[in-house]
Structures are given as structure tokens and as C-alpha cells.
Design a protein around this ligand. Structure first.
Ligand code: PLP
Length: 373
């Protein structure tokens, strides 16, 4: 008789999808985590040109085309003041695959991975898929993750901890001091810090710093993607950056699971990363306005809302029955527990949606709040 692996049986389809499926067709969707901007024209054009010239008909090198890896290396020098040689990068199928490579490569069966709770849904699932044990770390009142809490949770079984800033689902941004502390913890305890930086550009207050800047060892790997920064979620192009020995191991997984990232997407990503960066600033400005709109609306309803400093999510604490009431009235929001046990009593609202729809949704939420009070 065929059976399913225990690893896969420990994973279920994301709670976010379940909410989408339960909602009506004309609902306002504040559940989805993608920018509502078009991919930059020059990125689309680069892919079209590469397709038309036939350059994308075959496999690329496993790590990705040299031009893209050079562009990623230049991006790290430009944006992060980091020296990441182009050989120390693997182009992946989105940030999702990059996370998978980092987990598969560094987590042994039964080992622990410390993950923020609430945190992005993939961390728990990918830990299980790697045969590991997720160990959720509670967040501070402001929804950032305290380095001291990570350090306290480290044991002989800990393989890695995940840092995500700006964060999904909270919008919280870790301080430079926190990032320095995460680097020190990775160095001193000899555990891997997986730094998920896919929202690095979407910061309204504070600044994005990578723990890799502060680490003395090679115990930090960076996961990043074009998905959120350049509104390229559908292209499926991300990367993982790390030391030579870590990249060489991660390449073993990537080579057999993926061979190479999609060739047209690689050309588009190269253009996005090395072309004009104005679209990023435009998106961030627009997200900040929407953040303020949503924050004001939620506060007026009397909800307790930690101010998100980045990404495009807000995570208010909500009264019992609020989420069901809001969804029943035609606005999709995601229950906090989809992101971990400590997400209970919160809702995740994505504001990567037009202002008119956001205003309509806020009216619905205000009425729902009255109804459940
Ligand atoms: C924190 C975080 N990391 C990684 C990803 C994966 O991004 P991608 O679409 O590039 O696979 C997401 C997507 O929502 C995310 O929110």
C-alpha cells in the first residue's frame, strides 16, 4: 500500500487559501500579499527580447545566468553595502524556493528551527518538509522579535532561526541593534540565521539592515526576491545568498529539484534589479499613504493596532467574532492564527489594494466592529 510521508502529513494547505475559498466572488480581497502595480516595463521588455532572440529556449546554468547574478551582487553592494560575489548566489523560483533551499540544506531530521509567531506561513511548513521541528518565538508588544527571546530558545537541537524584516504578517521592522544582535547570536551559538529580506525596500520608518552586515562568521544566509520590490510575484524569481560552502550545498538541492530558475524571468529580474529604481520609491510612497489611511480607520474603530513600519500589512488586535463578521460582510481578511498560535485575536490586513476599495472596506469593518461590540 502506498502511504504519504510523515513530513508531508504535518503540512496543510495555507489558512490564507481557505479564507479565499470561503469568500464570495465580489468580496474585497485584503488577504492577498502582492503589490497592485504592473511589473516595470523595462523588465517585461527584457524578457520579451530574450524570448524572441531564442536565449530562453534552453536551461541556464544551475545558479542562473551570470548577468543576473552580477546584477544581484551589484544590488547587494548598492542597497546593503554588502560584498556578495556573484558566485555566492543562486537564482531561485521566488523567495519561496530560496527558503526551501536554506531549510533543506541546514536542517536535519528532528532539529529545531526558531520562527517568529506570528510569522510567514512558509517557515513552519518548510521546517516540517525538511523533517525539522518548528519552535515558535513570541513577539514583543510592537510585533518585532526580541533577540533575547531567540537566544533563550536556542538549545543543542537548534539548527536555525528565521528573521523577517520588514515582516509578513505584522509589518514590523527590526532595528539595526536587533539585527546586530541576531548576527552575534548566529556567530556565538553557531546556528544559522535565515534572513528573509523580500520586503527590504518597503520601509516607512526605521531602516532595513541585514544581519549579514554584522556577522563575523558565515552563519547568515539571505533570502530575497523580485516579487514584492518590483511587483513581480508571477514571474517567480528570487535568490539565496550565502558563503561559498553554503551555496554549494544549497545548489545540490536546487539542481535536483529545480535545475534552474525560469529563463525569461531571469532576464526580467536582471533588468528590474539593474534598471531605474523609481518604481520602488513610487510603490513605497503609495503604500505609506495607504498604511496611514488604514491605520487611521482602524484606530477610529477603537482597535489596538501596532503601527506597521514596513511591508504592506497591518495586524490589529480584534474582538472575538470580528473576522467572521468582516468576511460575512464581503471583505477578506486573514485570521491571525493562520500565522501561528500567537496570532489568535489578530487579523492580518493587506493594504496593497486601491484607496477606493480600502475606504469601502474600512466602512465595512467599522460596521462589523459595532456589530460585535
Ligand atoms: C515574508 C515572505 N517571504 C517570502 C515570500 C515568498 O515570496 P515569493 O513570492 O518570491 O516566493 C513571501 C510571500 O508572500 C513573504 O511574505
Amino acid at each position: 500500500m502506498t502511504a504519504f510521508s510523515e513530513r508531508v502529513e504535518r503540512v496543510s494547505i495555507s489558512g490564507i487559501r481557505e479564507v479565499f475559498e470561503a469568500a464570495g466572488a465580489d468580496a474585497i480581497n485584503l488577504g492577498i500579499g502582492q503589490p497592485d502595480f504592473p511589473t516595470p516595463e523595462h523588465a517585461r521588455r527584457a524578457a520579451i527580447d530574450a524570448i524572441e532572440s531564442g536565449e530562453t529556449d534552453g536551461y541556464t546554468s544551475n545558479k542562473g545566468i551570470p548577468e543576473l547574478r552580477e546584477a544581484i551582487s551589484a544590488k547587494h553592494a548598492r542597497d546593503n553595502d554588502l560584498d556578495v560575489p556573484s558566485g555566492n548566489v543562486i537564482a531561485t523560483s521566488g523567495g519561496s524556493e530560496a527558503l526551501h533551499l536554506a531549510m533543506e540544506t541546514h536542517v536535519d531530521s528532528g532539529q529545531e528551527v526558531l520562527i517568529p509567531d506570528p510569522g510567514f506561513v512558509s517557515y513552519e511548513a518548510l521546517t516540517h518538509i525538511a523533517g525539522g521541528e518548528p519552535n515558535p518565538v513570541a513577539l514583543r508588544e510592537d510585533l518585532t522579535m526580541a533577540p533575547a527571546d531567540v537566544e533563550d530558545a536556542i538549545s543543542a537541537d537548534t539548527a536555525a532561526f528565521v528573521v523577517c524584516s520588514p515582516a509578513n504578517p505584522t509589518g514590523a521592522v527590526q532595528s539595526a541593534e536587533d539585527m546586530r544582535a541576531f548576527a552575534r547570536i548566529a556567530d556565538e551559538h553557531d546556528v544559522l540565521c535565515i534572513s528573509d529580506e523580500v520586503y527590504e525596500h518597503i520601509v516607512f520608518e526605521g531602516e532595513h539592515r541585514s544581519p549579514m552586515e554584522f556577522a563575523d562568521s558565515d552563519n547568515v544566509v539571505i533570502v530575497n526576491a523580485c516579487s514584492k520590490s518590483y511587483s513581480m510575484t508571477g514571474w517567480r524569481l528570487g535568490w539565496v545568498a550565502g558563503s561559498e560552502r553554503r551555496i554549494e550545498r544549497m545548489l545540490r538541492v536546487h539542481q535536483y529539484a529545480q535545475a534552474c530558475a525560469s529563463a525569461p524571468a531571469q532576464y526580467a529580474a536582471e533588468a528590474a534589479l539593474s534598471g531605474p529604481q523609481g518604481i520602488v520609491d513610487e510603490m513605497v510612497e503609495s503604500f505609506e499613504q495607504r498604511r496611514d489611511l488604514v491605520l487611521d480607520g482602524l484606530e477610529e474603530m477603537g482597535l489596538d493596532v501596532p503601527t506597521p513600519q514596513g511591508a504592506f500589512y497591518v495586524m490589529p488586535r480584534v474582538p472575538e467574532g470580528w473576522i467572521e463578521e468582516v468576511i460575512d460582510r464581503g471583505v477578506i481578511v486573514v485570521p491571525g492564527e493562520a500565522f501561528g498560535e500567537r496570532g489568535v485575536g489578530h487579523a492580518r490586513i493587506s493594504y496593497a489594494t486601491g484607496e477606493a476599495e480600502l475606504k469601502e472596506a474600512l466602512d465595512v469593518m467599522a460596521n462589523a466592529t459595532e456589530a460585535v461590540r
